[in-house]
Write a protein that binds this ligand. Structure first.
Ligand SMILES: Cc1ncc(COP(=O)(O)O)c(C=O)c1O
Length: 508
């Protein structure tokens, strides 16, 4: 971004901030309050129906059945729902979400889970098997992410937790607590690119950390200079992604980590998405910049076993460069009437079966399995990427490997969100993104199956043609929502509606 663009952005942000405050004030005035509530209700009707598609078909339980129901009948009901929901991801219509999905693999993980379904690692004395699995999951992941090259002072270690978000929350809490304990820093801030995952905002909200979100450079990767400028004596850590969720681009991690190293503060690589692909992509000869413990300043890495590690949903690994840092993650309580208590992550009791299934998956995949899977995904993604780039009205953003984002080509002749909606009509489930307006597909093993890429490209071409042939907005879908999200007062409203949508999810 040049100075003019930055100034424009500043103005826009300030204008929007003022408009946002006005909107929040207006909501309190009776006249606006009723009008806004009526408008929200109108929009919620469709969302409520979408949240509960089975409501009119199946009995809803808002009280326990008097007597336990027949187990076979319960399972049959559940299988019927599962069958209705499976085909979209199984047939490769979904971006990300299910990363492996072959029936034999699912069956194998389920067996592993079933063997340990009663295990709770909170009781490590009862289930030392789970402690063994988790220690090995951490060690195998650390080995994959450069632990051996971390230098003589490192003793790379980590923990297993429930998912990418928890890994990030834990890391941020750890940095906050270290800074408080070692430097008396009670005004912690974290410097991250705007493309860093929403989990960093969540951590900031939960833990009272200021998140300094720095606009990315023109290539959509973190802006090293701008991030360096944002660091001050209260900065506890910098963040980079490998790759970032929106455009699948790896930030300049060694350069960012060097800033952290020079100031003796933390640097977190969010490799939730790439931790189990990039090492193999590197081995396959793809251009992979350093992102792991090979870079001196990297002090923690999150890598999701439940994404491209191909484990069942509910596990992720958070690695630290040293035990001296990890200790700030631990929770211990020695004066509780309930006994001497400790737990390594946010949860108390945890599902040992998930760690068992994760360990079993890593054992069954092996290095060769991950290498083959990554090869298939990267080759499929390259085909997809060049197919998208050949559509004259579209352009691929940046230079991604397997998470491919695309936007309307300049000068913009079509609304990319209407293309997203047209793809949804064709059963696709892609991710809508904004700032800039674009759509992405995270390529998984589901997309490597015969016929998926040609079908995607044919559908995308048709979707673009449809939008060009119907320039008037057709209503419904995500296009109007993204249109609204471009203005801050509406962002406040969208935030309210999202809250109401979450309420709706918990309505029987
Ligand atoms: C880069 C990145 N970080 C963090 C996360 C959060 O992971 P989870 O949804 O498992 O909490 C994601 C999820 O897509 C991600 O892509």
């Amino acid at each position: 971004m040049n100075i003019k663009d930055r100034a424009r952005q500043q103005l826009r942000d300030t204008g929007e901030a003022v408009a946002g405050v006005l909107f929040e004030q207006a909501k309190k005035l009776p006249f606006f309050k009723d009008k806004i509530a009526a408008e929200y209700e109108k929009r919620m009707a469709d969302l409520r129906a979408a949240a509960k598609p089975y409501r009119d078909e199946l009995p809803s339980w808002d009280t326990l059945p008097t007597h336990g129901r027949d187990r076979q009948q319960i399972l049959a009901e559940m299988q019927a729902l599962r069958d209705r929901e499976d085909s979209r991801w199984r047939d490769g219509f979904v971006s990300g979400a299910v990363y492996h999905g072959d029936p034999e693999h699912i069956e194998f993980m389920q067996q592993a889970y079933a063997i340990h379904s009663q295990a709770n690692p909170l009781h490590s004395d009862l289930w030392p098997s789970i402690a063994k699995y988790e220690a090995e999951i951490v060690a195998m992941t650390a080995d994959m992410l450069g632990a051996k090259h971390a230098g003589p002072n490192a003793d790379v270690c980590g923990t297993v937790n429930s998912g990418g978000t928890e890994s990030i929350l834990l890391a941020m809490k750890t940095y906050r607590d270290r800074a408080r304990a070692e430097q008396g820093n009670d005004k912690p801030n974290v410097v991250a690119p705007t493309t860093a995952h929403a989990a960093f905002d969540k951590a900031a909200q939960y833990f009272g950390i200021e998140l300094r979100k720095i606009p990315v450079a023109d290539d959509l990767r973190a802006d090293v200079k701008a991030m360096k400028k944002a660091v001050d004596r209260h900065t506890i850590c910098l963040v980079g992604s490998a790759p970032a969720f929106p455009h699948g681009l790896v930030d300049p991690i060694p350069e960012l980590a060097a800033i952290a190293f020079a100031r003796n503060i933390g640097f977190h690589t969010d490799a939730c998405l790439g931790g189990f692909v990039l090492p193999w992509a590197r081995e396959l000869g793809y251009p992979v910049p350093d992102f792991d413990f090979r870079s001196e300043g990297v002090t923690s890495i999150s890598a999701d076993t439940h994404k491209y590690g191909y484990a069942a949903k509910g596990t992720s690994v958070l690695l630290y460069r040293s035990k001296a840092l990890r200790k700030y993650q631990w929770f211990t309580l020695t004066d509780w009437p309930g006994g001497i208590y400790f737990s390594p992550t946010f949860a108390g009791s945890r599902p040992g079966g998930l760690s068992a299934a994760c360990w079993a998956t890593m054992q069954a995949m092996g290095r060769q399995g991950y290498l083959d899977a990554s090869k298939a995904i990267l080759e499929t993604a390259a085909e997809l990427r060049s197919g998208i780039a050949e559509i004259p009205q579209l352009q691929v953003l940046g230079d991604p490997l397997w998470v491919i984002s695309f936007a309307a080509r300049e000068p913009k002749t079509l609304d990319i969100y209407r293309v997203l909606d047209a793809m949804t009509q064709k059963r696709w489930n892609l991710n809508g993104l904004h700032r800039p307006s674009c759509v992405h597909i995270a390529v998984t093993l589901r997309h490597t199956k015969e016929g998926v890429v040609p079908r995607f490209l044919a559908d995308l071409r048709e979707a673009v043609e449809h939008v060009l042939a119907h320039p008037q907005a057709e209503g419904g879908g995500m296009a109007p929502v993204y249109g609204l999200a471009a203005t801050l007062p509406a962002r406040g409203a969208i935030s309210d509606i999202l809250g109401m949508y979450m309420d709706a999810l918990y309505e029987v």
